[in-house]
Each structure stands twice: as C-alpha cells, then as structure tokens.
Design a binder for this molecule. Structure first.
Ligand code: NAD
Length: 379
C-alpha cells in the first residue's frame, strides 16, 4: 500500500471533511494507495485542536502556511481557505514541489486563476486538481456511464442547479462567504458554481455565450457585534448558456446557483434531456434516479433505487444509502487514484482539472458582464 503524506491548510468545514475521509480510508476496498494526515495549518489555534486531538500522527501544527509548505516529507497539500488566499497559497504549494488539491473557485477571480495555471505550467510535475464531490453520487455516476455510452442521443437541453437556503434568514450574521474582499465578485457563483459546471464540462459541453440574471436579495446583514453591514455579494445566479455539445450542435444549458432558495438546504440537481434518453437526479432524494429511455414506443419514466453503486468499491452493501461524506470519500479516492495511476478510473470519476476551473472563470466573468450590460456575452 503506497502512502501519500498530506498537509491541510485551512482547518474549517472542508479541512475536517478531508481528515474524516482519511480516518475511514479502510471503508474503501481495492485501493493500493492511502492518505496519511501529517501536518495541519490554521491561523486559529482552536481550529487545529480537533485535528491534533483525533490524529496522533500529526507532526506539525502551524499558524503560518509557509511553515507547512516548507515541511519536508509531505507529498501533497489540501488547501481549504477563503477565496482571496487561493492564488498565493496554491502557488506556494505547487512551487514547493508538492501535489495540490485546491478548493473552488480556484482563485478569487479570473486573474488569480490565470496566475495559478501559469504557476502549474512552470511546475508540470505537480498533480493539481480542484475539489467537487457531487458527481460521485451513484446516480450521477450512472448518468456519466450513459453519457460515455452516447445513450442520450443528441442533447436537447440540460440543467444543473445547486440550491441553499442558508441565507434566507436576514438575521444570520455576515461571514467571509458574503464579503466581496474574501469571497470575490462572483458571489454565489464562486461559492457554488464549480459544483454545477463539473458534469457539463466533463461531458465536453462548452458554453459559447451566457445571459445571466444575478440577484442580491439581502443587501445587509448583522455584523455579529450589534450593528449591520452591507452584504454586497450576489445571492442567486441563473445562467442561461448556449452550449456546444462537442459535436458542433448547440443546446440550452441552464446553470443555477442560489444561496436563497426557500426549502432547499444543500440540493444539487442535474437534468439531461436527449433524443434517446432523459435523466433527472437530485440530492434531495439521493438514492433515486429517474430515467426515460426512448426507442420509439411509449415514453416511460423509470424510477431506479440506486443504493451504493460507487465508482470506487466500498465495504457498504449495494442496497444501502449513500450520502455527502461518502461522496467526499469517493472524491478523495479519485484524487489519489489519478495521482498514482496517471489517469482517472473513468471519465466521470475524476476530479475537476485546472483547465475546467479556467473555463468556469471565463463563464463567471462573462456572467458578471452579462448582468452589468443586461446582454448576452460570449464566453
Ligand atoms: N467542496 C465543497 O463542497 C465545499 C464546501 C464548502 C466550502 N468549500 C470551499 O472550501 C474552501 C474553504 O471553505 P470552508 O467552508 O472550509 O471555510 P471555513 O471558514 O470553514 O474554514 C476556513 C479556515 O481557514 C482558516 N484561515 C483563514 N485565513 C487563514 C490564513 N491566512 N492562514 C491559515 N488559515 C486561515 C480559518 O481560520 C478557517 O478555519 C473555500 O474555497 C470554499 O469555497 C467547498
């Protein structure tokens, strides 16, 4: 079993999810590589305490990311930091000769993303990917297999959405994800957008142009100190794209990201409609795949109970439910598989590439211009 020694920079929500995936790596079967958590970094000591209490193998807990990046004996680093820090820290990791799993949006804006890709070009030995876990839900893997087999025929239209309601409460205090300086001008697109781009981009669908409607619904929030401050980031975004299907045909691709979606907590959905098949999936019903296969007769939607049909086999029996932390574990299996094997297990079982993040930045930048000019903008 090969071991890849990891450091984590940013010990918040996502840093903990990675550590937890390391701790239950034995859940995966047939892996001949495993991650070992050897170092952590956070500017806040309290954030690192959960890690050092649960992972006795951690040999470095640093407040300054430069100390972790310089640490000898680390093969790879997972960086889960606010967006304004992506460029500086991702480039430092890559330049130090370490592999990188970065978080979306992979740079706070297009200039930062360009700089990260330029740094990668100077250090081609670093294996660099961006985190995005929803394609690892079994139903989405099945949709990926159908796309691989050309089962949809010509794509008529597709829609991806990622809907939260966490900001519906106007009294929720502001945090860095609602601040321009830390989250960036993309607002909800930077926060949630890569999640809806991953499958369409992996399918080879390319947005040619976009008409975006962006909304800032809650324009101020409590500052957590008794006052109220402006909340300047976009809450909701609907992007209607004319997309190329990879075979030269155009179709409408709708990508929705909403932080204020009443009734939705963390709902990721994908709908693909083609001339020979159509499919629908939502994490609201994580085991359910709706599939319509059309061969000229009756049009019948099948409801398939997916269970635990994962890209990377696990000890869990096939009939059992799959959830968010399972998707995180599968994503990390995909990262380590591709790092050691040189290619993904299959097309839709691969993590987001830097080139895919660059396309997302071109799309979101065009979407900002589209909103500003109330016009359709080329991507
Ligand atoms: N893949 C997903 O499903 C998913 C979900 C949530 C967030 N994210 C992404 O993960 C990244 C982190 O988000 P999060 O929700 O984990 O944030 P978080 O606020 O929970 O954690 C960020 C951590 O970074 C630390 N930090 C801030 N500045 C630092 C610095 N200069 N040096 C060291 N540590 C510093 C903070 O103290 C905090 O512990 C973002 O890019 C976000 O978009 C991804």
């Amino acid at each position: 079993m090969r071991t890849i020694r990891f450091g984590v920079i940013g010990c918040g929500l996502m840093g903990r999810e990675f550590a937890s995936a390391c701790a239950r790596w034995c859940h995966l079967q047939d892996m001949d590589v495993r991650p070992e958590l050897a170092a952590v970094c956070d500017k806040n000591d309290a954030a690192m305490e959960w890690f050092t209490a649960n992972f006795p193998g951690i040999e470095l807990a640093a407040n300054d990311y430069r100390e972790l990046v310089a640490h000898q004996g680390l093969d790879a680093v997972y960086v889960a930091l606010p967006h304004n820090l992506h460029e500086e820290v991702y480039c430092a990791v890559i330049a130090a000769g370490k592999h990188l799993m970065g978080e979306k949006p992979f740079g706070i804006d297009k200039a930062a993303n360009d700089a990260i890709l330029a740094c990668m070009n100077e250090h081609p030995d670093a294996f660099v990917r961006c985190s995005s876990e929803f394609p690892f839900f079994p139903a989405v893997q099945r949709i990926g297999d159908l796309l691989d087999a050309g089962a949809f025929g010509r794509v008529i239209e597709a829609e991806g959405a990622f809907l939260h309601s966490s900001d519906l409460n106007p009294d929720k205090p502001i945090n860095w994800k609602r601040m321009l300086a830390a989250n960036g001008a993309y607002g909800c697109m930077g926060d949630l957008g890569m999640h809806v781009c991953h499958v369409p981009f992996r399918a080879g669908w390319r947005p040619k142009n976009v008409r975006a409607v962006l909304s800032n619904i809650m324009t101020e929030r409590p500052d957590g100190k008794g006052g109220r401050v402006p909340c300047e980031t976009w809450d909701n975004a609907t992007l209607l794209c004319e997309a190329d299907d990879g075979a030269g045909e155009a179709f409408p691709l709708t990508l929705k990201t909403q932080r204020i979606a009443p009734g939705e907590t963390n709902t990721w959905t994908l709908v693909v409609k083609g001339t020979r098949a159509a499919a629908r999936f939502s994490t609201k019903n994580p085991r359910r795949l709706d599939l319509l296969e059309y061969a000229g007769g009756e049009q019948v939607w099948q409801r398939i109970d997916m269970g635990h049909e994962t890209a990377f086999p696990t000890i869990t029996g096939g009939i059992f439910e799959f959830g968010f932390s399972d998707a995180i574990l599968q994503m990390w299996a995909a990262y380590l598989h591709e790092l050691t094997e040189g290619q993904p297990l299959k097309r839709f079982a691969g993590c987001v590439t830097a080139e895919e993040t660059a396309l997302s930045h071109r799309l979101f930048t065009a979407a900002l211009e589209s909103q500003e000019r109330a016009a359709t903008v080329a991507v």
